[in-house]
Design a protein around this ligand. Structure first.
Ligand code: IVH
Length: 677
């Protein structure tokens, strides 16, 4: 009965997922969908014996970090010959015509600008997802790929028992814009384009962050032994019927004119797509003909990619200005005569850093090429020297901070220049305050950048600790702030005193200490005193904390001014240690252990076991390798994992034994445990 209910919920949710993410045509409301998902989650938690890695609940990701295993591709992942010239497309057509010497069809598709992925399905279930890597072997990113809603975990219809399908993982423009906005607010380096953002996301260690980034996919190539199709086009139609997201922009072309028609149509239409494309791919349709044409060492002879030119415009450089951020990094910005580029008016373009300025040999008044390829921020790619009639002043990167006049510094190995005057350079101070109050840090509402600027100008806010000394009447006197808003700000400041220790660490704005590192520091040191006094050796012992972060933490706390600020924050009552609850839960019992979970369990769900491992300082990994310390083995463990464990001599630990071990119960010191620790 329960089993049937679980199965039917899974089926139903798979179907709704497909309707929503692949067909773009939902048939139930989000609220109804969520309710069903919660119902399934509750049942799966209660009956872990029915757990299934292909369940729709597995898409949410987990907080557990996994390291990626390298996996060999069954068929090498080749690349495509590229061209920007229509003439070369005609050459390709003629080459194929000559080599085949019979009728042939071509299939035209969009060239999606993302990260290529290989997906392996067995008996209708996604079992592995591997990146391209070097073409011969790639990273096993299955856990992350499972969070992508348009990739089916369970197929429908009449699919072969074993096959591979390849395609592209993409970050939609809308998600990319949103993430970059957030990164800008946090002064983190922006992603240059959705491709980089998407491939970075796919390599994240934490699959719940991957899930939150809403990646999408298009599949375009089916591989396997004895597949029941003779043409590429038919294989795509079949893959579509099994639930894969296959583009509608796929055409069978019978002549070279048809191909050029497709190229021209999509040069315009692709700009309306929600994801990035950078060209079209032309493939010989018939599999037998593909085989006849064969491959070169790098790419198939039966396909070619025609790439669209990045959009360019030419305009005048009027001046270069410099912005100083919270970390003191100085960004050069080109101010341009407004020019229309890909539908938007561009007035400013990033010049990135001193090296780029020097390599462009820029002079004020120059006509410059501005490009917006797959990138959101336009960049200057060259100077039109043939249009240089008068030579303006040469652009040299500034030597002094435009805000406070300090001599700029450039750290070894970094492209950026920094203003080192952390404690007195206004944009750095204001930037740090903005970061401190931001939503993911102390979440203090009502203190926008303009209010912070006013408070700073009026001498009411000189550092982050001053926030807690602000008084309602002082706030209410400010331009545009009434009594009510002033009271709300004060209330929000008071509320922020309950924000957890890890977020307080993040809020301090220590260089290179983002949310994840802050969490690691909080868990490792447990309170601020220990963190303040941590030395280099202690810091680099922590997982994922290397030289750069360790140096930065030490340098932050060796500054008297910072220590004083932290002291004041302590006095004002901020959370400066892990809560009692957090402290009780954490142990280092599994410190340094890499544990794989496999099979189904009686007492707790897999996710609960994953949490337990992390709570006790261990690491959960998705697949068995020589680094695996042991396998937490439930019933019906996957045969592949079992084989691998046996061949590597990795021990299996039963659920009950594991529970005894972490509860430090009697009997946990049995022989098996002794061999593990
Ligand atoms: S077919 C043998 N079709 O472009 C290569 N590739 O430059 C078969 N790509 O690595 C690839 N859209 O990541 C193919 N419709 C499409 C594509 C596509 C994007 C990417 C793919 C490949 C790269 C080659």
């Amino acid at each position: 009965m329960t089993r049937q209910k679980i199965d039917s919920l899974r089926k139903e949710l798979h179907r709704h997922n497909y309707n929503y993410y692949v067909l773009n045509n939902p048939t139930i409301s989000d609220v109804e969908f969520d309710a069903k998902m919660r119902q399934l989650q509750a049942l799966e938690e209660k009956y872990p014996e029915y757990s299934d890695s292909a369940s729709p609940t597995q898409r949410v990701g987990s907080d557990i970090t996994t390291s990626f295993n390298q996996v060999d591709h069954q068929y090498p992942m080749l690349s495509l010959a590229n061209t920007y010239s229509e003439g070369e497309v005609t050459d390709f057509y003629q080459r194929v015509q000559k080599a085949l010497n019979e009728d042939f069809e071509l299939v035209c598709e969009l060239k999606y600008d993302g990260t290529s992925i290989s997906l392996i399905y067995e008996n209708g279930v996604l079992i592995r997802a591997v990146t391209r890597g070097d073409g011969v072997k790639g990273d096993d990113v299955t856990n992350n790929v499972k969070t992508i809603r348009s990739i089916p975990l369970q197929l429908q219809g009449n699919y072969p028992s074993k096959f591979e399908i390849r395609g592209e993982i993409l970050m939609p423009w809308a998600v990319f814009d949103e993430i970059n906005k957030e990164r800008e607010a946090q002064e983190e380096p922006l992603f240059a384009n959705p491709r980089n953002a998407g491939s970075g996301t796919l390599k994240l260690q934490n699959s719940s962050t991957v899930a939150a980034r809403k990646l999408d996919s298009f599949l375009y190539s089916l591989l396997g032994e004895n597949l029941p199709f003779t043409t590429h086009f038919d294989s795509l139609l079949a893959a579509k019927s099994w639930g894969f997201k296959i583009s509608d922009a796929v055409r069978v072309c019978k002549s070279i004119d048809d191909v050029f028609g497709f190229i021209r149509l999509w040069d315009i239409e692709r700009k309306n797509l929600p994801v990035a494309t950078d060209g079209i791919v032309i493939k010989v349709n018939d599999f037998a003909q593909q085989k006849l044409l064969g491959n070169t060492a790098k790419s198939p002879r039966w396909a070619i990619a025609y790439k669209y030119q990045a959009e360019k415009a030419i305009t005048r450089l009027n001046s270069v200005s410099y912005q100083v951020g919270r970390t003191g990094a100085v960004t050069p910005v080109a101010n341009l005569d407004p020019v229309l580029l890909s539908g938007t008016t561009v007035k400013r373009a990033s010049l990135h850093n001193a090296d780029i300025i020097a390599s462009l040999d820029l002079h004020i008044g120059d006509m410059v090429y501005v490009e917006k390829g797959g990138e959101i921020i336009p960049k200057i790619t060259a100077v039109a020297t043939d249009q240089r009639f008068m030579l303006g002043d040469k652009v040299y990167f500034i030597k002094k901070c435009p805000e406070c006049g300090s001599e700029l510094v450039r750290y070894e190995g970094e492209a950026a220049h920094y203003c080192p005057n952390e404690n007195a350079c206004p944009p750095q101070i204001k930037g740090r305050i903005e970061h401190f109050v931001s939503r993911r840090a102390m979440n203090i509402e009502g203190l926008g950048s303009e209010t912070i600027h006013l408070l700073y100008e009026n001498g009411l806010l000189k550092d982050i600790a001053d926030i807690y000394t602000l008084k309602v009447p002082d706030l209410a006197r400010l331009e545009r702030l009434g009594n009510k808003s002033a009271q709300n700000i004060k209330l929000s400041c008071e509320k922020s005193k309950l924000i957890s220790f890890e977020r307080v660490i993040f809020a301090l704005g220590i260089r290179f200490v983002g949310e994840t590192v802050a969490k690691k520091l909080a868990n490792a040191f447990k309170n601020i005193n220990a963190l303040e006094n941590a030395d280099y050796d202690l810091l680099v012992q922590i997982d994922e904390i290397g030289d750069r972060i360790a140096q930065s933490v030490i340098s932050y706390f060796s500054d008297e001014k910072n220590r004083e600020i932290v002291n004041r924050l302590k006095q004002y009552g901020l959370q400066m240690s892990l809560s009692e609850e957090q402290l009780q839960e954490k142990t280092d019992l599994l410190e340094g252990k890499i544990i794989v979970i496999s099979g189904s369990f009686r007492h707790y769900s897999r996710d609960e076991y994953k949490n337990m491992i992390e709570q006790h300082g261990g690491k959960n990994a998705g697949s068995v390798s020589s680094k695996t310390s042991f396998i937490l083995a439930g019933e019906n463990m996957g045969p592949e994992k079992l084989r691998k464990a046996q061949s590597l001599g990795v021990q299996l630990v039963e659920e009950e034994v594991f529970l005894k071990l972490i509860r430090k119960e009697k009997g946990s010191d049995n022989v098996q445990m002794k061999t593990l620790f």
